[in-house]
Design a protein around this ligand. Sequence first.
Ligand code: TTP
Ligand code: MG
Ligand code: MG
Length: 409
Amino acid sequence: MADFRRSRLDHRPEPPGQQRPDTPPMTPTRVASAPPRERRIAHLDMDAFFASVGLLRYPDLRGQPVVIGGWASPPENGQYARLRDYVGRGVITTATYEARALGVHSAMGMMKAARLAPDAIVLPVDFQAYRHYSRLFKAAVAVITPCIEDRGIDEIYLDLTDLNDDSMALGRALKRAVRDATGLVCSVGISPNKLLSKIASDLDKPDGLTIIGPGDLERRIWPLPASKVNGIGPKATRKLQTLGIVTIADLAAAAPDLLQQHFGLGTAQWLLDVAHGRDDRPVVTESEPKTISRETTFERDLHARHDRALLSQIFLELCEHLSQDLARKGVRGATVGIKLRFDDFRIVTRDLTLDAPVTDAEAIHRAAGQCLKRVTLNRRLRLLGVRVSKLEPIAAPHEPHRPVQLELC
Ligand code: TTP
Ligand code: MG
Ligand code: MG
């Protein structure tokens, strides 16, 4: 029998030219009697972070163009280094918004920056201070919600779904908490997913608060250049431009076949998903056990009835591979889930939490089969995935539960 699967696409593709910004590919949908609430995710990013921390130490520089550069020595007797005195090949780490107004930005050569803003003041880097303020602002917002994903020194995602206040009030509370704890200003984006919130937090910097609600995708996101999507790097941007795709709206309207021809099936699907604002990645807190998943995208769309034998075989193999993955990692999990993508790119997930954690292929197959029965298979399928979550170590069943850190293989 012909095998229509791609060689081994176990996970969603890397966005072109870059590492995928976050994992994992599947989001559990809780089985509950009440319909799930729409998710509410915030992305919070500090404004001109290194430079702003520098200004806390040298408040007399507020309102002036200031850049951070590795070479500068600490100011002495109120004497600051100026960009015009710089000679060398160093680059700007970041710049205050006053310096940005003169055309200076991160990663720009210092000599070039000196031509644009000769009087700008240069402060040396101070990683100890950045780490200190990074810890402070993260601790401050953790009072509002503990569901925080750390994305680096100056940014985080927060899951606000379970909080009752409206998004504007929550956004203001987050910004106030950061300012009270650190004296620093940040920008926040709030939307139903990480992808849109990341774009939103950047839309009104500095001191921004941007909420993407119904209808805002077309109005606020689509006019932006495709490169604003986290994961569409310079290489992919150039390639898209050669296809006449400049904005996110262009991408949303692009023919799937054209994208597939130039980027491959998986990346084409990802590009269309992001252009339509679709992103089901969860906010992953450090203490949260991760998920192990296997998924496969078919070379042609498969029909639930006509291709039943082939689908069954693929389904069983996914469960077997997943079981082997669990064994290799020494973990087992109590929640088994499936993910389907239909030929209209709609994604459906179902999951089932069992009484006891499982690891063997048969048990995973049985539970995943039950999940599958809860989906109406009235369209052809492009992708099938199986996952196991709520992971715990197999070797030490009597030990208190410890979160396991797993790399998705
Ligand atoms: P960013 O959040 O990208 O930038 P920013 O906080 O300076 O400015 P914005 O208001 O646009 O968010 O990065 C956070 C810090 O990471 C930044 O202050 C300095 C450091 N950084 C580098 O060291 N090199 C770089 O190329 C960039 C972009 C940032
Ligand atoms: Mg920042
Ligand atoms: Mg940042």
